[in-house]
Write a protein of this length. Structure first.
Length: 422
C-alpha cells in the first residue's frame, strides 16, 4: 500500500495509553462473528416474512422496500458518527451503546402497529447496527496487521455465514407457524445475547485514544485524507460492489422466488441457508488463497467467478428462464456462484479499506460503511419501482454490480491493493 504524506493530526503521543486487549484469538473471532452477523440477522430473518407483512399492513411494494432501504441508509449514515466516537472514547463504550439501542429498536419493530412505525423503528435499528459493524472492522485493525487482518476478517465472516444459515429458514418457519412478529422477535434475543457477551468479555482494543477525533476540522481532514487514499478508494469500491450485488438479491429475492416463481417459504429458507454454506466455503477458500497467493491474485481470480455469475443470471433472465419451477434455479445457481467469490471479496475489501489507517481505523471503517449504504438506498428505491413480477430487474441489477466488482478486481486492486509490510 502507498501512504499519502498529507495526513491529519495523529493522537497525542504524550497521552496515557489504554491497556491493550487481553482477549483470546478465539474470543475475538466469536465477537467478530456476532458483530458482523448483526447484518444478516437484521435483514435475512424478515425476508421470508415480507409478503405476509405487506398483506397484514396493506402496504405498497415501495413501503415494504423502504423498511429495507431506510434501515441501510441509517446504518451507513450512523457510522460517520460512531466511527469518530470510537476513535475518541474507545471501541467498548460505543459497542455497548450501539447494542443497547439495537435491543430497544428491535422491541419497537415487534410491537409496530403500522408501516410508519415499523419504518421508523427500522431506521433506529439501522443506526444502532452501525456501531456493531463499524466497531468490528476497527477492532480488527487495532489488533492485526493488514494481511493477518484479512485472514481474521474472513474467519469472522465465516461465523457470519453460520449465523446467516439459520436466518431465512427460521424467519420462514416462525412466520408460517406463528406470525411475522415472531420472526422480528429473534432480533431482540440476538441483541440481548450480544450485548451481554460484550459487557462481560470484551476488552478495549484501542491503545491510544484521539482527543481531537470529534473536532469538526479534524473530522473533515480525516475523511478527506481517507477518501483520497488510493488503497481506501480501491477496497471501498470492491466491498461496496460486492455488498450491492448481494443487496440486490436480498431486497428482491423473496418476491421473485416466493411470489413470482412459486417457492414456499420453507423452500426459500432452504435456498438462503444453502447460499450461506456456499459463502462459508468462499471465506475458507479466501484464507487458503491468501496463504498460497497474494491479495491481488486471489481477488483477480475471484473477479472472474463474480463476472461469470452476473452474466449467467442476466442471460437466463433475458431468454425467459423465469418460470416455475426451473426458473428458480436460473436465479439461485448464479447467486451461489457469486457467493463463492463474495467470500473472497468481502473480507479482503473490508479489512483493506481500513488497513492504511491504524490511527483512524474508526473513521475509515465508518466512511467505508457509509459509502456502501449510501449506494444501497437508491438501489432499494429503484428495485421497489422496477420489480415487475419477473426475475429481470433482479438479474440486470445483479449483472451491473458483478461487472463493477470484476473491473475493480482486474484493475484498481492490481495497482493499489497489495498490503504494506510494516
Amino acid at each position: 500500500m502507498t501512504f499519502s504524506r498529507a495526513a491529519p493530526p495523529l493522537p497525542d503521543p504524550a497521552a496515557p495509553p489504554v491497556r491493550a486487549a487481553s482477549m483470546s484469538p478465539a474470543l475475538v473471532v466469536v465477537m467478530l462473528a456476532l458483530l458482523l452477523g448483526i447484518q444478516p440477522i437484521t435483514t435475512d430473518v424478515y425476508l421470508p416474512a415480507l409478503p405476509a407483512l405487506q398483506a397484514d399492513f396493506g402496504a405498497t411494494m415501495s413501503q415494504v422496500q423502504m423498511t429495507f432501504a431506510a434501515l441501510l441508509l441509517a446504518f451507513g449514515t450512523s457510522q460517520l458518527v460512531w466511527g469518530p466516537l470510537s476513535d475518541r472514547f474507545g471501541r467498548r463504550p460505543v459497542l455497548l451503546a450501539g447494542m443497547g439501542a439495537y435491543v430497544v429498536a428491535s422491541v419497537a419493530c415487534v410491537v409496530a402497529p403500522g408501516m410508519d412505525w415499523l419504518i421508523a423503528a427500522r431506521v433506529a435499528q439501522g443506526a444502532a447496527m452501525g456501531a456493531a459493524v463499524m466497531g468490528a472492522r476497527a477492532v480488527v485493525r487495532d489488533l492485526y496487521q493488514p494481511l493477518e487482518a484479512a485472514r481474521v476478517m474472513s474467519k469472522g465472516l465465516s461465523g457470519l455465514g453460520v449465523i446467516a444459515i439459520c436466518c431465512a429458514p427460521l424467519g420462514g418457519l416462525l412466520t408460517d407457524v406463528l406470525h411475522w412478529r415472531a420472526a422480528m422477535a429473534v432480533l431482540v434475543v440476538f441483541g440481548v445475547a450480544t450485548f451481554a457477551l460484550l459487557a462481560l468479555r470484551f476488552r478495549e482494543t484501542l491503545t491510544r485514544r484521539n482527543p481531537d477525533a470529534l473536532s469538526p476540522g479534524t473530522l473533515w481532514r480525516s475523511w478527506r485524507h481517507i477518501a483520497r487514499h488510493p488503497t481506501f478508494a480501491t477496497y471501498c469500491l470492491l466491498s461496496t460492489g460486492s455488498y450491492m450485488a448481494l443487496f440486490t438479491f436480498l431486497a428482491s429475492s423473496s418476491f421473485v422466488l416466493i411470489e413470482a416463481l412459486g417457492l414456499s417459504r420453507t423452500a426459500y429458507g432452504a435456498v438462503m441457508a444453502a447460499g450461506s454454506v456456499v459463502y462459508i466455503a468462499g471465506t475458507m477458500a479466501c484464507r487458503r488463497l491468501l496463504v498460497r497467493w497474494n491479495l491481488r491474485r486471489a481477488v483477480f481470480a475471484a473477479g472472474w467467478v463474480t463476472f461469470a455469475a452476473g452474466v449467467l443470471m442476466a442471460a437466463l433472465a433475458w431468454i425467459g428462464w423465469g418460470q416455475p419451477w426451473y426458473g428458480a434455479w436460473a436465479v439461485v445457481l448464479p447467486q451461489w456462484l457469486f457467493l463463492l467469490a463474495h467470500g473472497v471479496h468481502q473480507p479482503v475489501g473490508q479489512s483493506g479499506a481500513v488497513a492504511p489507517f491504524p490511527h483512524m481505523a474508526g473513521a475509515a471503517s465508518a466512511l467505508n460503511g457509509f459509502v456502501m449504504m449510501a449506494v444501497a438506498f437508491p438501489m432499494g428505491l429503484w428495485l421497489g419501482r422496477a420489480m415487475d413480477g419477473t426475475a429481470r430487474p433482479l438479474a440486470y441489477g445483479f449483472l451491473l454490480w458483478c461487472t463493477v466488482i470484476a473491473v475493480t478486481a482486474w484493475t484498481l486492486v492490481q495497482k493499489h491493493g497489495e498490503p504494506a509490510r510494516h
